[in-house]
Write a protein that binds this ligand. Structure first.
Ligand SMILES: Cc1cc2nc3c(=O)[nH]c(=O)nc-3n(C[C@H](O)[C@H](O)[C@H](O)COP(=O)(O)OP(=O)(O)OC[C@H]3O[C@@H](n4cnc5c(N)ncnc54)[C@H](O)[C@@H]3O)c2cc1C
Length: 563
């Protein structure tokens, strides 16, 4: 396949030459640099490339083009190359208007002219965007190849694991891709044993577990040490933030993650309300940045590995990992977040991963090209997913139990949904049935207001119906509320009847629990899993950072006791 392209578009000949030269200079060895002097020329180039199956990594477009605007061009281009990063080149005077238009045109970034010196004003932003594009493109040199059936749950799990861990991989569908059939025939593997994963060094793994893939691509699946200052359970925004603050302040820190760094936030197609990112950022980008920052400070990230038990052993806090090994620390911080609630419909378990998916498994979006797909849920996560999938699917229908989107969705998302032609919303509608033997073929929905049922053919149902904590493994260890969220600080004391303040049972210290401390001294909790927490990325990050402050106080107090 030809190298992916970067396309520069502006109507000013002199500016276009300078832009192409600067792009060539920094990226010419990895990308083809193309240029166009008008929107029509650019669209013609893009259509030709799409027909030829070529890839476009980035569009850098001037705001004012002859007979058109750069925003219009970027909007049109997004239907041809939805994954390409979109950057608008603007002037200082126009930048204000651009900020208003960011949402509509879904641009990733804007660069203010003059961009010289490019080392300061152009390359850092483009490097960042390209490093976000490369893992998702499957085109990066030496990428892993995954061969399987689109509707096989095992294949879905492997794709999802690679995508969420930012492993560059190329998906080859055995039913559609001649290259997949050729590699499969040469491998000697049975069709029932797919997926087959082929690594750049030629090694093949048949139906590998996520841990086997992780080990092969060099992720750390076992901790290096036996004792740490701080063990963090879960690497969503709260865990990542705590790890950055903890390690940067000298705590020897290890973070254990069951799936992939980023947590729920890593599933978000576009986070638009996190401070400092006016154009929004995808969850995968946030996770990638968080992981890089944590590693910079020396945090050990162990994944995939699940913490299955936790106990206090004298001054140590000990966690057991899913491989049976144990790890001790002065302090454990629990940030395991929440998980999607399952939809209770007969037969749905069988089709999970084969057309029915929980959460925004973004890796599935590519397969929905030209299809009619359905999303269950009416809160922000469902709205984000509908907008993201609308770039690929023919139609996206949101099935919402409530009588209004406004009940659980932010206004900015409602406005975008209303403005998106191929997204439809069916209010007061629930899913009551799913059909299909080995893959989803249709769903049955009920209009609860009219009392009418309909069966609709579809190949994909994405479910976002609220989340709940899975903290059963902490039973008898730390106190939780009736829904399983972990109680911390003042919430532990307020629970006593009659307003009388009481310490948690078993609490023997003179002092009260710190604000984010659980009912066991030295075990803290932050983020979505904490009772009463605000379920937002910024809140998780804030609590993760604040927890480190309390952890220092705890460590200081135990040092004093030892003296
Ligand atoms: C699709 C989607 C879109 C969203 N969009 C937005 C948005 O636009 N703006 C916003 O502010 N918020 C958004 N949210 C909410 C936000 O993502 C969450 O509030 C935030 O991620 C919570 O962070 P956390 O670190 O507490 O937990 P999580 O993000 O849930 O991370 C917990 C991590 O712990 C791991 N884990 C769990 N148990 C264990 C165990 N036993 N051992 C090891 N690891 C474990 C999990 O695998 C997970 O990676 C969105 C959520 C979703 C799902």
């Amino acid at each position: 396949m030809a190298q992916a392209a970067l396309l520069a578009v502006t109507g000013d000949e002199h500016e276009l030459r300078a832009l192409a030269r600067d792009l060539e200079c920094a990226y010419g060895s990895r990308y083809r640099v193309l240029s166009a002097s008008s929107a029509s020329e650019a669209l013609e180039t893009l259509r030709r490339m799409q027909l030829g199956g070529e890839a476009v990594a980035l569009l850098l477009v001037g705001q004012r083009l002859p007979q058109s605007s750069g925003l219009e061009l970027l909007e049109q281009a997004s239907t041809l190359f939805p994954e390409a990063k979109r950057v608008l080149l603007t002037t200082f005077a126009d930048a204000q208007a651009v900020i208003g238009a960011i949402k509509k045109a879904r641009i990733d970034h804007y660069v203010v002219k003059p961009w010289q010196p490019p080392e300061e004003n152009l390359y850092p932003a483009l490097n960042d965007l390209l490093s976000g594009w490369e893992p998702s493109s499957g085109l990066a040199a030496g990428s892993v190849r995954v061969i399987g059936y689109r509707f096989s749950p095992r294949s879905h799990e492997t794709r999802d694991f690679c995508a969420r861990n930012c492993v560059p991989f190329q998906w080859l569908d055995i039913e559609r891709d001649p290259e997949a059939r050729r590699l499969f025939a040469a491998s000697g593997v049975k069709a029932s044993a797919l997926p087959l994963v082929i690594f750049p060094d030629g090694t093949q793994l048949v139906q590998p577990t996520n841990a086997e893939i992780a080990e092969k691509i060099g992720l750390k699946v076992r901790p290096e040490g036996k004792f740490y200052d701080l063990v963090i359970v879960g690497s969503g925004p709260a865990g990542l933030a705590a790890s950055v603050y903890g390690a940067s302040e000298g705590l020897r820190t290890v973070m254990i993650e069951r799936h992939a760094p980023g947590g729920q936030a890593g599933l978000s197609s576009m986070i638009e309300n996190y401070l400092g990112f006016p154009a929004g950022l995808s969850g995968r980008d946030l996770a990638r940045r968080g992981v890089a920052q944590a590693r910079k400070f020396g945090v050990e990230i162990v994944a995939p590995q699940t913490v299955t038990r936790l106990r206090a052993d004298g001054p140590s806090r000990v966690v057991t990992l899913s491989d049976g090994s144990e790890l001790s620390a002065h302090v454990v911080l629990l940030t395991p977040g929440v998980e999607w609630r399952r939809l209770d419909v007969p037969g749905i378990e069988r089709l999970t991963g084969a057309g029915v998916y929980y959460g925004g498994t973004l890796a599935e979006a590519f397969f929905c090209r030209g299809e009619d797909i359905y999303i269950v849920g009416g809160a922000n996560a469902a709205g984000q997913a509908a907008l993201y999938f609308s770039r690929y699917a023919k139609t996206v229908t949101m099935l919402v139990r409530e009588d209004s989107l406004a009940k659980y969705m932010s206004q900015y998302l409602i406005e975008q949904i209303e403005a998106t032609r191929n997204v439809r919303v069916r209010l007061q509608t629930i899913v009551v049935g799913v059909q299909g033997d080995t893959r989803l073929e249709a769903i049955t929905i009920r209009d609860t207001a009219a009392g009418k049922e309909d069966t609709l053919p579809t190949s994909a149902l994405f479910i976002f119906i609220g989340a709940e904590p899975h903290t059963e493994w902490l039973d008898g260890v730390v106190e939780r509320d009736s829904r399983g969220f972990i109680l911390t600080g003042p919430d532990l004391e307020d629970r006593s009847a009659g307003g009388k303040m009481e310490r948690p049972s078993g609490w023997t210290l003179e002092r009260e629990p710190y604000r984010l401390e659980s009912s066991v001294p030295g075990i803290f909790a932050a983020g979505d899993v904490r009772s009463g927490s605000v379920k937002r990325v910024a809140a998780g990050v804030g609590e993760g950072a604040a927890a480190v402050q309390f952890i220092h106080q705890y460590l200081g107090s135990t040092r004093q006791e030892r003296r």
